[in-house]
Design a binder for this molecule. Structure first.
Ligand SMILES: [Zn+2]
Length: 367
């Protein structure tokens, strides 16, 4: 199975220059071969293949523009192949005619291929080896095993650099289990499962959120469009990113744990869940986490042969006794955290009972 692993990289000055050159040369080669192809078609009604374009690059362009030889050859070939893809798409799907790439295009990236160990990740020392760049400092927060296929270096509009490494992983499925859980997505806790586990919302996020609020208050006092205003804006953007990344990392731990331990996982569908009114800020925060968590569970379930079910119908999961099915309207009051079923005498924790009902409903739907 092919999997992509994306890491932040921190190129030094020289490496930044080489990366910028590669972006520029890829764009140049893309445009030159597109023009070559266009001309061949318009003047001679000749159709030109991507191999022809690549030969044109090697035999003509690299002789004329010798600086192209300093650039990783796979990056140039891939730029040509991208052009070819856009070109064929135009004919096949009557999509727009491929555009020449502009210098001002914000989408800066190039892809290089693996050969003879030219791409490698050094997890111990936080470095990635890339063609023409040698070792680049990287934040390798996730380990992978398997054969590297290619690497895409990209720079996003805020100036940061990333590398996305495509790996053929010999992914081994986690062993089968018979455990099934339902989960109730919460505000105070991220979620509560039918087996009584509570997953907290990460505390680190609270800390950053306080910081964020402070930064935003400061921004309000800055003169608009002044130098300090933009400085403050940048700080805010960085803080947002920190929150996003921290949240993602935390949720990966949660989803990994759930997937490893359970064969079947049931939750409510978020659109249904969102019908419940809550305090604005708290809700906005959990929305993001819930969305991310369910997304992760979805693809990790596929990878690992698990079943993840979302209940689609609105379902009064917290009002029903999970033991006998009795509807207890007293629990409509959200402050009731624990209750005893008047019909069968079972003791319930509000959220765990809800999670149990969600599990039962999910199992009923797949039965
Ligand atoms: Zn009962």
């Amino acid at each position: 199975m092919l999997k992509a692993y994306k890491y932040r990289i921190y190129p030094n000055k020289e490496q930044k220059v080489q990366i910028a050159k590669t972006f520029g040369c890829c764009r140049f080669v893309y445009n030159q071969t597109l023009a070559y192809r266009k001309e061949a078609y318009e003047k001679e009604k000749k159709s030109v293949s991507r191999i022809d374009c690549n030969n044109y690059c090697n035999r003509i362009l690299k002789q004329t523009y010798t600086w192209l030889r300093e650039i990783d050859k796979f990056a140039l070939t891939n730029a040509i192949y991208n052009m070819d893809f856009a070109y064929r798409k135009f004919f096949k799907e009557h999509a727009g005619y491929p555009k020449f790439k502009s210098k001002h295009d914000h989408h800066k990236s190039y892809t290089t291929n693996f050969t003879n160990g030219n791409i490698a990740a050094d997890f111990e020392n936080g470095k990635i080896k890339l063609p023409k760049l040698k070792e680049v400092k990287a934040k390798l927060h996730r380990v992978f095993e398997g054969q590297i296929k290619s690497a895409t270096v990209l720079q996003v509009p805020n100036g940061k650099y990333y590398v996305s490494i495509l790996v053929e992983t010999n992914h081994c499925e986690i062993s089968h289990t018979d455990k099934k859980i339902g989960m109730d997505l919460g505000i105070k806790d991220l979620c509560i499962t039918s087996d009584g586990k509570k997953y907290e919302n990460p505390k680190t996020i609270r800390k950053y959120e306080k910081k964020l609020a402070k930064l935003q208050r400061k921004l309000a006092h800055k003169e608009k469009r002044s130098k300090n205003y933009y400085k403050q804006k940048k700080k805010i953007a960085l803080c947002h990113e920190k929150i996003r990344n921290t949240r993602k990392d935390d949720l990966h731990k949660v989803s990994h744990g759930m997937i490893s331990e359970n064969q079947v996982i049931v939750s409510e569908n978020l659109q249904i869940k969102n019908m419940v009114k809550n305090h604005y800020l708290a809700k906005a925060i959990s929305d993001v986490s819930w969305y991310e968590l369910t997304k992760q569970l979805e693809y990790k379930a596929v990878w690992n042969g698990r079943q993840y079910i979302k209940i689609d119908t609105f379902y009064a999961s917290s009002q029903m006794c999970s033991d006998c099915g009795h509807q207890n309207v007293d629990t409509k009051d959200l402050s009731v955290r624990e209750w005893i079923c008047p019909a069968c005498g079972a003791y319930h924790d509000r959220d765990i009972n809800a999670a149990k009902n969600i599990l039962a409903e999910g199992l009923r739907q797949i039965a």
